[in-house]
Each structure stands twice: as structure tokens, then as C-alpha cells.
Design a protein around this ligand. Structure first.
Ligand SMILES: Cc1ncc(COP(=O)(O)O)c(C=O)c1O
Length: 403
């Protein structure tokens, strides 16, 4: 079944309920396939029980299913050890865990943490906070105006002072695909751990954390056709074992007295309280959904949509694209001269085209480009070229309207 076709889109009930919807906001969240929605409903209707607690059949089966998704996630991102998969509420939560439980205890005054100029706030503020608590310095790997990360500058910034690197795999604003394999290698030559923010890459790109040898990798279920409120922190076992737990409470302990507690091994030590069980189940179905496709084909299709959109949009006068890196994918940020992105999004919304307008949680990046915001169209496997043609026509209509 070909991506983007009418038949393919039938798997996504949202398009049945909104037949005229042109959904170009998949970088914010993807739409959900029927098998994910039905899988979650089925769990609540027929299989619901708390996990790791009860010994009755239903509880044992819920636990088994929850843990089998961990293996599925491990296979999906390329680690042999499912215990290196920690369920979180999303990318944001996963990065906060690493910043607080891994970096903070190791960070000292005068140390440095490197992030890139194109980071989402989720991969910026937790490091900012850790640095400010310890008197360390957050340094920014520069990018050029096209949105290419400056790998030479990065190499030169790494030093004995660098205690952590955190970088986005694919920029949610610029669509740049960063050279993470090289960045990981350089960080390791400097004995420095590195976290990769895979929020925008995991749905459409093959991920192999063992092959990459990254220390941490994070992603959100809702950006890969799964439910909201569930995400993953991958961490190398040695790191996870050395980390203090982030939250304390039930299900993450080994023994407790009134005075003391010892903790379960990873990943349980990071999953305090009743976790998002149905979210995990839904994530499992989302991975089943994605496993039907060749990830390389999927990446190729989404890139093709991005390239086509850029080419067509650039035929419009007074329109510029923000994000023209050499290596990029299916996210297109643009600005129209003298028309605010919020007006663009409102106008397009009235034509049933859903795009995002704003700073995309990359405010410092907006400052770098000296703009307040962009309009952003982002694509996924249910998107198609006709939708992009319609977007381009409507963008022209906006200009006609405002002139
Ligand atoms: C690159 C990037 N990092 C992190 C996040 C945060 O993800 P979440 O809101 O799912 O925690 C996003 C969300 O848009 C993102 O695009």
C-alpha cells in the first residue's frame, strides 16, 4: 500500500471524521492509526489491571504485555537489552531525568555542557538549570544561516571541561538532520557522554542506538503514531545503574524501612508509581504499525514531501524558507513578508489546512534568524503531494488577501 493514498489514509480514523482536513502538523503530533486506537480500547475493555503488583491472571497478563512492549521498543531502536528502555511521559521528561539524575551530581563549577543552537526548549532548559545550579557553563554549538550545524566548531569546543553533549537528531523548526554519528564519535574521543533528542527522527528514520553508541536517546510516543503521555529514555546500562532515581515512591524500590530505602535495578528504579500502562500498550501497537514498513522507504517518502513543498513554496514571491541545510527532511518553516505567521495559520485554518505557527519551542533560534515566528508545515506518511499543492495555492491566496 503506497503512503499518502486514499486507501492508506483509511487506516487513520481522523480523516473519516474530518474528510477535508489537510493535516500538515505531524511534527507537533502524528495522527493515530486505527490499530493503535483499538489496541488501547481493547486493553481497557478486556485486559485492564495494574502491573507488577497483582498475582491474579489479569494483572499477570497486563504485566506481561507491558514488559513485552519494552522488548519491542528495544528491538525498534536497536538495543539488545530491554532493561535499557525506561518508560517516561515523553521526550521532555526523559531529558529532565538525564539532566537531574545523571548530569547534576557529576557537574562542578567551571564545567561545560554543549547543546546546539537549534535545540527545542526541552533539550535546553534542563541543561540550563543544571548549569546554573552548579556554576557550570552552557555553550552553544553554532549553526550557519542555512541551518547546518558547525561540526568544526563543535570539535573545537569539546575539551576536558565538557561534561555532557545534548543534541537534536532532527530539528523540529529547521528540518536539519544533524551528523549524530560523527558527533557521538567526537564526544567519545573526548570521554564525554552524549544525549540524542530523537523526538523528530524516531517515527521516520531507522534508529540504531547500539550501532550509534550514544549514551542516551529520547523520544515521544505521540510523534510516532502512538498515544500522548508516553515516551522513552534509552540509556546505557552502566549509566542507568550509576544514576540516582528521579522520582521516589511505589514500584521502584527493593526494600523500605521507615528510615531508608534501596532501589530496584533499572529500568524499574526510574518508573515510580503507577505508570502510563495503557500508553505503553498503545506505544507497542504504534511500533507494530511502523514495523510494517521499511524505515528507509518511510524516510525517503517524508523527505520527498519536504523537498517538493520547499520547491513549490519558493516559487511564491516574498516567501522565504527558514531551514535550508544540506541534509534535511519533511518539515518546512517559512515566512511571508509583512504577514505574521499567526495570520498565515489562521487563514490556512479556515481552508482546513492545519499548520503550526510560532517559535516552535525554539525561541533562541528565532532570535538567531531575527524573526518572531515561522509558519511550519510538517509531513508524515499519510500526507501527499496534492495536499502540498493545495497549501501552496492557499498561501498565494493569503498574499492576495493581505495585499
Ligand atoms: C525536537 C524536539 N525535542 C523535544 C520535544 C518535546 O517533546 P514532548 O513535548 O513530546 O516531550 C519536541 C516536541 O515538539 C521536539 O520537536
Amino acid at each position: 500500500m503506497s503512503f499518502g493514498t486514499k486507501l492508506f489514509r483509511k487506516q487513520f480514523p481522523i480523516f473519516k471524521h474530518h474528510p477535508n482536513l489537510v493535516y500538515l502538523d505531524s511534527a507537533a503530533t502524528t495522527q493515530k492509526p486505527k490499530m493503535v486506537i483499538e489496541g488501547i480500547t481493547n486493553f481497557y475493555e478486556k485486559e485492564n489491571a495494574n502491573i507488577h503488583r497483582g498475582i491474579y491472571d489479569l494483572a499477570a497478563q497486563a504485566t506481561q504485555k507491558y514488559e513485552s512492549v519494552r522488548q519491542k521498543v528495544a528491538n525498534f531502536i536497536g538495543t539488545k537489552n530491554p532493561s535499557e528502555i525506561v518508560y517516561t511521559s515523553g521526550t521532555t521528561n526523559a531529558i529532565n531525568i538525564v539532566a537531574n539524575s545523571f548530569l547534576l551530581p557529576r557537574l562542578e563549577a567551571g564545567d561545560e555542557v554543549l547543546i546546539s543552537a537549534m535545540e527545542h526548549h526541552a533539550n535546553m532548559i534542563p541543561w540550563q538549570m543544571a548549569c546554573s545550579v552548579k556554576g557550570a557553563k552552557l555553550r552553544i554549538i553554532p549553526i550557519d544561516k542555512k541551518g547546518n550545524l558547525d561540526i568544526v566548531a563543535y570539535r573545537n569546543m569539546l575539551s576536558a571541561k565538557t561534561k555532557m553533549v545534548a543534541v537534536v537528531h532532527i530539528s523540529n523548526t529547521l528540518a536539519s538532520i544533524n551528523p549524530i554519528a560523527e558527533m557521538i564519535e567526537l564526544a567519545h574521543q573526548n570521554n564525554c557522554p552524549i544525549l540524542i533528542d530523537g523526538a523528530q527522527s524516531t517515527a521516520h528514520y531507522p534508529i540504531d542506538v547500539d550501532g550509534l553508541d550514544c549514551d542516551f536517546f529520547t523520544f515521544s510516543g505521540h510523534k510516532l503514531f502512538g498515544p500522548t503521555g508516553i515516551g522513552v529514555l534509552y540509556g546505557k546500562m552502566a549509566h542507568l545503574e550509576a544514576m540516582t532515581p528521579y522520582q521516589l515512591g511505589g514500584d521502584m524500590i527493593r526494600t523500605v524501612t521507615y528510615q531508608t530505602a534501596t532501589f530496584a535495578p533499572p529500568p524499574q528504579k526510574f518508573e515510580a508509581g503507577t505508570t502510563n500502562i495503557a500508553g505503553v500498550i498503545g506505544l507497542g501497537y504504534a511500533i507494530d504499525f511502523l514495523n510494517q514498513f521499511d524505515k528507509k522507504e518511510l524516510a525517503k517518502y517524508v523527505k520527498k514531501l519536504g523537498d517538493y513543498a520547499r520547491e513549490k513554496l519558493l516559487t511564491i514571491n516574498d516567501l522565504s524558507i527558514i531551514g535550508e541545510a544540506k541534509n534535511k527532511t519533511g518539515i518546512v518553516s517559512f515566512v511571508l513578508k509583512n504577514i505574521h505567521p499567526h495570520d498565515v495559520a489562521t487563514f490556512l485554518g479556515s481552508a482546513n489546512i492545519a499548520i503550526r505557527a510560532g517559535h516552535h519551542c525554539t525561541q533562541p533560534l528565532m532570535d538567531f534568524y531575527e524573526i518572531p515566528a515561522t509558519s511550519r508545515a510538517s509531513f508524515s506518511i499519510y500526507s501527499n503531494l496534492e495536499e502540498i499543492d493545495f497549501l501552496v495555492e492557499e498561501v498565494k491566496n493569503i498574499q492576495a488577501f493581505f495585499s
